[in-house]
Design a protein around this ligand. Structure first.
Ligand SMILES: NC(=O)c1ccc[n+]([C@@H]2O[C@H](COP(=O)([O-])OP(=O)(O)OC[C@H]3O[C@@H](n4cnc5c(N)ncnc54)[C@H](OP(=O)(O)O)[C@@H]3O)[C@@H](O)[C@H]2O)c1
Length: 436
């Protein structure tokens, strides 16, 4: 007779995601048991807010506020950490791994900063740590990288992986709303936090890119090595100009492997209107992976929210449960042998080459643009096109320049000089252009 395994799960954090994980495992209990052949049960929940007991109709024996009630329970084989970016979350995961428990987390911030420590601990104790929910919510992009694309060498990963900023940019594009108005609307609709810094300054996207790029190239890429520029300086006018030039403006997370170096960055980016990511609107996320043999492949879906994110957490729990029941070690969570994890050689942003959109703000009088063009030429930046919107002699006007491919370090030097010209009234806005 086949032994029916008992898969007991301990959950930390019954918030937006934790609550939905509890709910999906309860609502789909029989469906999942039929699918995999045995039930999965959350037997303990550690949560600080006592009101959650009533909200989720929990038995007193399930809810605790003591970490040790889960970690010291020998019947619990899977620990799910959904507390958020707090030092205690990392401590809980390290302790669980050291006790031989498998870990599931959605904690992109901790993985992006301390992933190496956690992956090494999991490897050392021969247990798994899975984190599908940390990137792009309901899109199974990490599983796809780990399994579906395992045979191919990944050349690039690009994505719209922050729904809040994509919602804001979409609103700015469709309604010509100012950044602040679009942000307030995102907050009103629950798509942005009261403190939106992490989303609008590209911090959240950089954490996710750290995880994606680590899995794509098999080297650890910590958060602090990722170049970042947010969307708060973008105006509806820039989005309109982008459209005029045939582009769509997105906060893009980009990583590319060239020789031994990896280029990783998050910044507002103009992409051709025909680009596979150009028509990803609102809170949707999309990730485009390009492999040497497979070419480009795109996955799109809801990137956040309790329910979509919970599906990813629950799938990780089920994957571990299947491994436990078959008494096998899982596929390495990063998709490559954990003992081979090395730190990556990152290409500094100054070393990249790109086309650029530059918005100068200068006093409208004869000879002003000639001076700007002279500085650009002096730094080997060749102009592809120039556009001036409106004419008002003696007043400040925006002058938009698209450049041919240029070295970023030359562009930085040129802008430093240009911004010091007496006729240049504001810091120049730089937006990179990516064509593929
Ligand atoms: N929300 C999303 O759409 C989303 C999407 C992808 C990934 N994630 C990630 O998922 C994780 C959870 O996010 P969330 O949105 O669910 O956060 P959340 O709503 O703030 O939930 C966190 C929960 O953990 C509880 N908690 C805090 N400290 C605790 C401790 N020491 N022990 C036990 N419970 C504790 C909190 O209780 P109190 O409220 O009483 O402090 C709260 O109920 C984060 O790492 C986040 O980055 C979230």
């Amino acid at each position: 007779m086949t032994r029916i395994p008992k898969i007991n799960v301990g959950l930390f954090g019954l918030g937006t995601v934790g609550g939905s994980v509890f709910q999906i495992l309860k609502d789909h209990e029989h469906f999942i048991a039929e699918k995999i052949g045995y039930p999965i049960q959350i037997t303990k929940i550690c949560e600080l807010d006592p009101k959650k007991k009533q909200q989720y109709e929990l038995a007193s024996s399930i809810l605790t506020n003591k970490i040790s009630d889960i970690l010291d329970d020998p019947e619990i084989s899977i620990v799910v950490e959904l507390i958020g970016d707090k030092p205690i979350a990392k401590e809980i995961m390290l302790k669980a791994l050291s006790l031989g428990k498998h870990v599931v987390t959605a904690n992109k911030a901790i993985l992006a900063h301390h992933g190496l420590e956690l992956y090494s601990e999991a490897f050392k104790h021969e247990v798994d740590i899975y984190f599908e929910a940390a990137v792009a919510g309901s899109i199974p992009i990490l599983r796809t990288l780990r399994e579906g694309f395992v045979s191919d060498k990944i050349i690039s990963v690009q994505g719209i992986i922050n729904g809040t900023s994509n919602y804001i940019l979409t609103k700015m594009a469709k309604e010509k709303a100012d950044f602040k108005v679009a942000l307030a609307d995102a907050q009103k609709n629950g798509y942005a936090e009261a403190d939106p810094t992490s989303d609008i300054e590209g911090i959240d996207a950089a954490c996710k890119l750290s995880i994606l790029a680590t899995m794509a190239y098999g080297v650890f890429i910590p958060y602090d090595k990722i170049y970042r520029q947010g969307i708060s300086e973008i105006t509806p006018f820039d989005i309109e100009m982008a459209q005029k030039f045939g582009f769509s403006l997105k906060l893009l997370a980009i990583s590319r492997k060239t020789n031994q170096e990896i280029d990783v960055r998050v910044h507002p980016t103009m992409i051709p209107a025909t680009h596979l990511l150009a028509h990803v609107y609102g809170v949707l996320n999309a990730v485009m992976i390009e492999g040497e043999y497979m070419g480009p492949s795109v996955m799109m879906g809801k990137g956040a929210g309790g329910k979509p994110t919970a599906t990813a957490v629950a799938s990780d729990i089920i994957e571990i449960a299947r491994n436990i029941s078959r008494q096998v070690r899982g596929i390495p969570p990063l998709g490559f042998k954990a003992e081979n994890i090395q730190k990556a050689k990152i290409k500094p942003i100054e070393e990249i080459e790109s086309e650029y959109y530059l918005r100068f703000t200068a006093v409208d009088k004869p000879g002003v643009f000639a001076k700007i063009a002279h500085v650009l030429g002096h730094h080997e930046i060749s102009i592809a096109s120039v556009h001036q919107e409106g004419r008002e002699e003696g007043h400040e006007v925006p002058i938009m320049v698209l450049t041919h491919r240029a070295k970023e370090k030359n562009v930085i030097c040129a802008l430093k000089e240009i911004d010091k010209l007496p006729t240049v009234a504001q810091k120049t806005l730089l937006i990179r252009i990516e064509r593929s």
